[in-house]
Design a protein around this ligand. Structure first.
Ligand code: BDP
Length: 720
């Protein structure tokens, strides 16, 4: 703890230096705590918080105290004293609710019963005739969450009079999954190397580790998987476990548990066993011993995440056993310690008739067969983090299994590190999708928050976009999706607009003439990228392996389903994957009435048209134009929108920090270039099948298809 406090002190120094620096480099994320610029609000807050009083002294309460010191001093521009007695008016009182004279008389018991171990209350109270603002909870971590929320209210210039806030998370495990390798690289990471410096751990605690924990706690994230799902088994050896333990110690006060990706073959690779067969008693004993060892270093270790029998990873099918047999092996070993297993549903073979159907076919028959401490972690769509996919039908098909969501925050398929794409609308689209599992209103959100089927072990994971880049995410807008993920994990009912608004206020400014234009950019950004990459349900047409840029022509992989042509199926008749009854029949994996709706060419929503149907080029779309023309219009509209984003952004010059403005200006320039590249390459490629002209009025591509096909990017980031 001493080490952590020392590092925290250096952080305070760092923050005070940064707050006077003119150029903002994005390091402080949404926790800038700069002086409130609106004089009226500043006066109001200064009058309401003349001092603060913190009850308790656990490491978590210390973290809350530290945050109040830097937060209040920074925002209010004055040293706000910490007091130990309530002898003045206008004091902020912070502490876990207990039977003490301080809390006596506050009528909060019934509210505390509703908020569980992580929720909090913030309210205005009169105590002995003195006015106070109170942040309290059942636990210390609830208090810390409440403190972050209170500071956010100041950061976003909310009214803090007459407060009565009751807040608690809807989902139990709110996880960031890091695809970080032990050599410091990050799979699909576009913000530099891993933030974990395995070489200097466990002794060297970078201030960044603490700031990582602060940022996560500020949005309620309570778990971190530290290593890549394509797992190097050595993470489970003593050499690394002491390093993992050091990180766990840093994160503990902030309510964040550590988890590790386990390699299913670890008993062979680390333990000299000849098999990893889950039914072999020696294998079972090996896992029990390994788990015991892990807990000896990290007493509150969270558990394992496992990718098995997928993309070359070992797993239970190697022994003719089911995915449940594999998951339960680890679950049994870890159960005595209260740990859990997150077992991924991203399992497929390379030559299926329709890869999108495989996870359902493998996992649906196993419903009810997983141990109670297993969660099945399902990617949002049936394929693989595409700019747009329908929700995975598994969410509507396994009522007797704990199902958790896996989103990708890192933008492998959405322009990677340089594009501006706010992901809240993508997350919301999935969460709000209706599975119809128990009739209308059975949304994915209700499946994963456990309310639909009465599950209490619930979870949501986001594949992190964080790296060692100074601004954490490569492009500052990447921070907004990390932020959005945490906020939605806490409360899936928040709207994209609410989240964007909060983030803009904390990151750039509370001025309406800044908020509105940036909100416009953010809320539209995901649809724009869909338009210029994958309109109308197209998908998986990316550059080979690095997934950078367009590659609809890719057809050379020996794995049929790693070819773009497998997905778009363009031919002289039309384009799209026929997943109707007469095609692969993937539609039947959806509950009625979705099976019929998706299966009908007329009723299928345009956004999923080519996902479910092979449609003739001359097919008349809803507005009367041909499919071919509509595809072109989408691609061109996507580029126009990026140019519109540039215009809006340029108008903000002088209204926000110059360094931040200029950085985004340059990123948008890259994005414009890439959007044109996507549009031209795709339109030219699909034109070789449609043989139809680009609609009148749209400019012709200035380069040939051959030119685009010839582009090579051997060192594109993220692929390791
Ligand atoms: C794919 C990525 C690959 C990951 C895989 C996974 O391209 O790097 O290992 O997902 O989720 O999208 O396991």
């Amino acid at each position: 703890m001493k080490r952590i406090l020392l590092a925290a002190v250096s952080l305070v120094t760092l923050i005070s230096c940064l707050s006077v620096a003119r150029a903002d480099d994005g390091y402080r994320l949404w926790l800038k705590y700069d002086l409130i610029s609106n004089p009226r609000k500043l006066d109001e807050y200064r009058a309401a918080i003349k001092a603060f009083l913190v009850e308790g002294n656990s490491p978590t309460i210390e973290a809350a105290r530290h945050e109040l010191h830097i937060g209040l001093d920074g925002l209010l521009g004055a040293k706000i004293p910490e007091v130990s007695r309530l002898d003045k008016n206008d004091i902020l009182i912070v502490g876990t609710y207990r039977h003490s004279p301080l809390f006596e008389g506050m009528k909060v018991r019934s509210k505390l019963d509703r908020i569980g171990p992580e929720g909090f209350l913030i309210f205005t109270e009169k105590i002995d005739g003195k006015s106070a603002t109170v942040v309290t909870a059942n636990t210390d971590i609830g208090v810390l969450y409440g403190v972050f929320r209170f500071l956010r209210m100041l950061q976003t210039e909310q009214d803090i009079r007459n407060l009565d806030i009751v807040s608690f998370p809807r989902i139990k495990l709110r996880m960031l999954d890091h695809w970080d390798n032990l050599n410091g690289t990050v799979e699909r990471g576009y913000a530099g190397f891993s933030i974990w410096n395995w070489h200097t751990l466990p002794i060297y605690i970078k201030p960044r580790y603490i700031d990582y924990a602060r940022a996560n706690a500020s949005i309620g994230i309570n778990g971190a998987v530290l290593n890549n799902v394509n797992a190097d088994p050595r993470i489970m050896t003593r050499h690394y476990l002491v390093k993992v333990a050091a990180l766990a110690e840093v994160f503990r006060p902030y309510g964040i548990k550590v988890y590790l990706c386990a390699n299913f073959d670890a008993p062979i690779l680390l333990g000299d066993l000849k098999t990893a067969n889950p039914l072999d008693p020696k294998v079972q004993d090996w896992w029990k011993e390994k788990v015991k060892e892990i807990y000896s270093y990290i007493p509150d270790f969270g558990g394992f995440l496992v990718k098995a029998n997928s993309e070359g990873q070992p797993g239970p099918s190697d022994y003719g056993l089911t995915q449940a047999d594999g998951a339960n092996l680890l679950a049994n070993a870890i159960r005595p310690y209260g740990g859990i297993v997150m077992w991924r549903a991203f399992v497929y073979t390379y030559n299926a008739k329709d890869r999108a159907k495989q996870a359902y076919e493998i996992f649906k028959p196993l419903d009810g067969k997983f141990a109670s401490n297993v969660l099945l972690q399902i990617k949002n769509g049936p394929l693989d983090f595409q700019p747009r996919e329908p929700f995975s039908p598994l969410f509507g098909a396994m009522p007797h299994t704990n199902l958790m969501m896996e989103f990708q925050i890192t933008m492998e398929y959405l322009g990677q590190g340089t594009s501006t794409v706010f992901l809240a609308p993508l997350f919301k689209e999935t969460l709000e999708s209706d599975t119809y599992a128990k009739g209308k209103g059975s949304t994915v959100a209700k499946v994963i928050d456990g309310s639909l089927d009465g599950h209490t072990l619930t979870g949501i994971a986001g594949v992190s976009n964080i790296g060692a880049d100074r601004d954490w995410t490569g492009n500052e807008f990447g921070q907004s999706s990390w932020y959005a993920f945490g906020r939605l994990a806490w409360n899936p009912n928040l709207t994209s607009k609410e989240i964007a608004n909060e983030w803009i206020r904390m990151t750039f400014s509370n001025r309406e003439d800044v908020i509105k234009p940036i909100e416009r950019i953010m809320l539209q950004s995901r649809e724009d990228v869909v338009n210029y990459m994958d309109p109308l349900g197209l998908n998986m047409i990316f550059g080979y392996n690095n997934h950078y840029g367009p590659g609809p022509w890719v057809d050379w992989s020996s794995h049929p389903d790693w070819n773009s042509t497998y997905y778009h199926r363009a031919d002289s008749v039309g384009v799209g994957f026929d997943r109707t009854k007469t095609g692969s029949d993937a539609v039947s994996q959806y509950n009625p009435p979705l099976d019929k709706e998706f299966g009908s060419l007329k009723r299928c929503p345009d956004k999923f048209l080519l996902w479910f149907h092979h449609v003739p080029w001359k097919y008349k779309m809803k507005h009367g134009e041909t499919l071919w023309d509509d595809i072109c219009y989408h691609y061109y509209a996507g580029v126009d929108s990026v140019r519109e984003m540039q215009k809006i952004w340029n108008s903000l010059k002088g209204k926000i920090d110059y360094a931040e403005w200029n950085s985004e200006r340059m990123y948008l320039e890259i994005q414009e270039h890439e959007a044109v590249w996507w549009r031209n390459a795709c339109v030219l490629y699909f034109q070789t099948f449609s043989k139809m002209p680009i609609p009148k009025g749209l400019p012709k591509p200035d380069k040939t298809l051959k030119y685009y096909e010839g582009l090579k990017f051997p060192n594109a980031p993220g692929t390791w």
